[in-house]
Design a protein around this ligand. Structure first.
Ligand SMILES: [Cu+2]
Length: 153
């Protein structure tokens, strides 16, 4: 009996990491409109990271929610939520649906937890994530997270 060795394909991770340790001395952050939620429900923007420098005009956003089920809005399932992204847009009124078709406001209405922002202009940006109920109304108290990042062309 012969023992055959199978050479597994080597995976090369070539230069996947970019050096992004640049400080931003002049970045005076505007006041954040998103209040922290004391409740058990929370949301976090895990990408891009705070003060990240993103190369290129596509910004991949990854969201992590805790304490609540993320579900498609169309399911109309009580007690669930879906993500909303506000790029350089202020949070909307607390008791009404987050509007659709507004520049800078994105409903991840299919229950997505990742989203790619395309054609983001070079320069500094503010991204806010807000959890909304199946009717797109922000949860009460508001559950949100904010990151600032800079796009380099
Ligand atoms: Cu929505």
């Amino acid at each position: 009996m012969r023992i055959m060795q199978i050479a597994a394909g080597a995976v090369l991770l070539a230069g996947a990491e970019r050096a992004q340790g640049q400080a931003q001395p002049k970045a005076a952050p505007p006041p954040a409109p998103a209040a922290a939620a004391p409740a058990a429900v929370s949301v976090r923007i895990t990408a891009p990271q705070q003060n990240a420098v993103v190369t290129g005009t596509s910004v991949h956003v990854v969201l992590a929610a805790r304490g609540i089920e993320i579900a498609p809005a169309a399911a109309q399932k009580p007690g669930t939520a879906h993500h909303h992204l506000l790029l350089d847009a202020d949070v909307t009124a607390p008791d009404v649906a987050i509007p659709a078709g507004v520049k800078g406001i994105y409903h991840l209405g299919k229950g997505q937890t990742e989203f790619t922002l395309d054609s983001v202009a070079p320069g500094p940006h503010r991204l806010i994530a807000v959890l909304g109920d199946p009717n797109h109304v922000p949860l009460k108290p508001m559950v949100a997270d904010t990151v600032r990042f800079t796009v380099k062309p």
